[in-house]
Design a binder for this molecule. Sequence first.
Ligand SMILES: [Zn+2]
Length: 264
Amino acid sequence: MNLSHKLLTLLLMIMTGCSNAPVTQAVAIPTKGGITFKNTVVSLTFDDGDADNYAARSILADNNLRATFYIVSGFTNTAGYMTSDQLRGLYNDGNEIGGHTLSHTKLTKENDDNLIKREICLDRSNLMAYGFEVTSFAYPYGYYDERAKQTVHDCGYNNARVVSGGLNTIPPNDAYTLPALPYIVSDTKFAKMTRYVKDVENEGGGWAIFIFHHVCDGCDKFAVDLETFTKFTNWLGTQQANNGLIIKTIDEVVGGEVKPAVAP
Ligand SMILES: [Zn+2]
């Protein structure tokens, strides 16, 4: 049966069925004390490629979630950062690998255009050389200006994230300044994280981007501890499976073709 036949059959079923039988519709049943999501998209992002981020891999996979990891490729395979093999493991699970400059440079503080191009383009081509399709970028510290935006575009990225500004729309107003929720820090409680998500739905829907840095117990003020992260991830997985919440990588939301690497 082709598509038009299917549609015709469906139409006939509706036409003949609605006069004498109640139309029943599948409705997502919210968990106790929860809400049903209809218009909320969440993206989980991790900045810097810290070694402890690798602990998130199995927790995400256990809950059928995929996240975006923004990597400082000049730090990859050095002490304190994930190895290229670990990045490949994340990527093979369906997580996205994005760029975050070669050496975590404050792009607005540099005067040398060539240095900026190298920081952004070479970082992307390094990550692509590992075999990743790299379309998403995050400005270190959220520092950006018109020159940085243009260079990110010219290096072949399809989007770039900043570090503030709250909720996004889909499609975003400006794909090269995607706003995000406030940083998740060591005293951000589980209840606050879930409230961020519920507030999106309660305010009419939108796209919420979370920013994580370290994933560890008390190693940094920009860290989420493993218990809180696991609890939040379990909650997200349940909302995704049962309550209509949509969780996607940045690339999955913004889309666009993968452009070739650009020489710096
Ligand atoms: Zn960073």
